[in-house]
Design a protein around this ligand. Structure first.
Ligand code: SF4
Ligand code: SF4
Length: 98
């Protein structure tokens, strides 16, 4: 299980899983979308995302993050870890197998 974004994990299902160097399991969580009602427009997700998955847009005069390249997501959860909104303004999900 990953260090964050664990809300989507169900113990009865099987997910795409990798292992860290120390052998512990890690489930990548891939970004889906940003909830503009939760996003406070800090831009931290844009700054940390190595995949260029986000961009900042203006919605009704407010800055908001938006997912523009979800296919580039590596599932590392860096964006979720830096998002100051409790629980994260973005939704990230694991890949379910079977
Ligand atoms: S999980 Fe990583 S690659 Fe995917 S959107 Fe977040 S920071 Fe970018
Ligand atoms: S880190 Fe969170 S609050 Fe900040 S811009 Fe990204 S989604 Fe919005």
């Amino acid at each position: 299980m990953s260090d964050c974004c664990t809300g989507g994990i169900c113990s009865e299902k099987t997910y795409l899983t990798f292992r860290r160097r120390d052998g512990t399991p890690w489930v990548p969580m891939y970004v889906q979308e940003v909830d503009p009602a939760k996003c406070i427009g800090c831009g931290k997700c844009v700054a940390v995302c190595l995949g260029g998955c986000y961009e900042m847009v203006e919605i009704k005069g407010d800055k908001k993050a938006r997912v523009v390249n979800p296919g580039n997501c590596m599932g590392d959860c860096h964006c979720h870890k830096v998002c100051p909104v409790e629980g994260g303004a973005m939704t990230c999900r694991p890949v379910e197998l079977g």
